[in-house]
Design a protein around this ligand. Structure first.
Ligand code: NAD
Length: 238
């Protein structure tokens, strides 16, 4: 599959890479996220309608992420090993809001959809590290007003973060690997087309084929923990 030694690898990850760590993916068969309509818990209009519900939802996600049974799996660890041992550059662009890449040891991670462990003041735009629960009564530490904090998460209809940097990384890479993402959320679903426009090699890893599998040069079918461990050892052996 790899008949050249890459110099610059960009890896896009989605909810599927964290599924084996016990975090549910975005859409189940009913289009729900942890039993909630995604528009209720992941859209600005949902937050305007019922901020308490949205805070409760993300409090639960944060508590789950901090629970002792949610830990990085073999796929997160393999990518951290790749960053450490590969001679060239390895960049992870993640749609995930969890911190499992960093906890596995990856340093070069771009969170394009924000982070569960951060809040943002809607007045000042200041981003704050946040570990505890939040409610509409929590006072913002920067403006001291109640109700001014929101999760630092990119919701439907909002612009993803770091797009200029991401575009440059995609242009500069010679190998693009997409792991555990359904290809239904834009602009991430379009990254493969940007890469293929420059003739760079693109590999998709997922437990099943996706709507965009045909855009990739290769599709690796299987659990991320197994497929990525093998792929990383193949790359390091080149
Ligand atoms: P998605 O839920 O739409 O798709 C998940 C994909 O992962 C599916 O294609 C599925 O077949 C695949 N998958 C499931 N288990 C797998 C495994 N063990 N190995 C390999 N692949 C597996 O997720 P998405 O494409 O990332 O888009 C959804 C959005 O959901 C993102 O914006 C993200 O911010 C948010 N989200 C994040 C988390 C998280 O941070 N862990 C969890 C849920 C949702």
């Amino acid at each position: 599959m790899l008949n050249f030694k890459p110099k610059n690898i960009v890896i896009l990850t989605g909810a599927g890479i964290s599924a084996e760590s016990g975090i549910s993916t975005f859409r189940d068969k009913n289009g729900l996220w942890e039993n909630h309509d995604v528009m209720d818990v992941a859209s600005p209009s949902g937050f305007d309608r019922n901020p308490e519900l949205v805070h409760k939802f993300y409090n639960q996600r944060r508590n789950q992420l901090n629970s002792e049974n949610v830990i990085p799996n073999a796929a997160h660890k393999a990518l951290a090993k790749l960053e450490e041992e590969f001679e060239g550059e390895v960049t992870i662009i993640t749609q995930n809001v969890d911190n499992l890449h960093e906890r596995a040891g990856s340093n070069n991670v771009i969170h394009m959809h924000g982070e569960l462990m951060k809040m943002r003041c809607v007045e000042s735009g200041k981003i704050l590290l946040w570990k505890s629960d939040l409610s509409v009564d929590t006072k913002c530490p920067c403006c001291f007003k109640k109700g001014n904090l929101r999760p630092h998460i990119v919701w439907f209809g909002e612009f993803p973060l770091f797009m200029d940097k991401i575009e440059k990384k995609l242009n500069d890479c010679d190998l693009f690997i997409s792991i555990g993402t359904s290809g239904q959320v834009y602009p991430a679903a379009m990254f493969v087309n940007m890469v293929k426009a420059n003739n760079q090699l693109a590999i998709e890893a997922n437990i099943e084929e996706t709507n965009i599998s045909e855009s990739f040069d290769f599709h690796l079918t299987g659990k991320a923990s197994e497929v990525i461990t093998k792929l990383v050892s193949d790359i390091l052996a080149l």
